[in-house]
Write a protein that binds this ligand. Structure first.
Ligand code: 13P
Length: 252
């Protein structure tokens, strides 16, 4: 049985006070039970203070992006070792907003993935198709290209210490969610692609769903066999909304 990860991607939202109040609320309401883990990914300036807040709780810390470089003259960038240094265990790489708005290529995302692992962080690799790509019937090709960039650069074994997040771009921030069956189809495909290279590892790798996950649709999504958690944007910004998804995870 794979553990369920309920991960909040706060994106570029909040303040010192709002972030601290949010984690206080989350920590106070973590559901009883085992088999699930909670993660918050605040903006960079708040990582260190949130790290202090969550210390000793059931909530882990991640960042939303990282440089592919280890150190040096890269103004404005943040190295994996720095994230580790301030208490991060995880980092999101290849979010569709990074790919679409900042032009990150799949090769660059693969380099970020490898840099994160080299520093001991667990990368959360985001993959997902746009609405046009889905309607053109190319969803699997898009996912394959994004996944293969990492598999070809780093091999399959890196997924022993990594997480994959399927985030259909058309479902992000739109209130439009993939149905559990639509999401399951893609999750099954992703796991099969990993299994072609290492079947044991494919059974173990966690594959999260992201895209308008909320307390009311989480039970259906999380009950699918290949959905091992959520990467949550909007509903991670209010403790009660996030905890409703955590409750669903605790019931699985
Ligand atoms: P929403 O939950 O707001 O759709 O965002 C999903 C997402 O992009 C998480 O990384």
């Amino acid at each position: 049985m794979r553990e369920i990860l309920v991960a909040g991607n706060w994106k570029m939202n909040g303040s010192t006070a709002a972030g601290e109040a949010l984690v206080d609320g989350i920590i106070a309401g973590v559901p009883e039970g085992s088999g699930f883990r909670l993660l918050v990914c605040p903006p960079f300036p708040y990582l260190a203070s949130i790290a202090t807040k969550i210390s000793g709780s059931k909530v882990s810390l991640g960042a939303q992006n990282v440089s592919e470089h280890a150190s040096g003259a890269f103004t404005g960038e943040t190295a994996s070792a720095m994230l580790k240094d301030v208490g991060c265990e995880y980092v999101i790489v290849g979010h569709s907003e990074r790919r679409a708005i900042y032009g990150e290529t799949s090769e660059q995302v693969a380099a970020k993935f490898q840099a994160a692992q080299a520093a001991g962080l667990i990368p959360i690799l985001c993959v997902g198709e746009t609405l046009d790509e889905r309607e053109a019937g190319t969803t699997q090709n898009v996912i394959d290209e994004q996944l293969n960039a990492v598999l070809n650069a780093a091999g399959v074994d890196v997924f022993a210490a990594a997480i994959i997040a399927y985030e259909p771009v058309w479902a992000i921030g739109t209130g439009k969610t993939a149905t559990p069956e639509e999401a399951q189809d893609v999750h099954r495909h992703i796991r099969a692609r990993v299994a072609e290279r290492n079947s044991d590892l494919a059974e173990k790798v966690q594959i999260l769903y992201g895209g308008s996950m909320k307390g009311d649709n989480a039970p259906g999504l999380l009950s699918m066999p290949d959905i091992d958690g959520g990467l949550i944007g909007g509903a991670s910004l209010k403790a009660n909304d996030f905890l409703a998804i955590a409750e669903a995870a605790a019931q699985i």
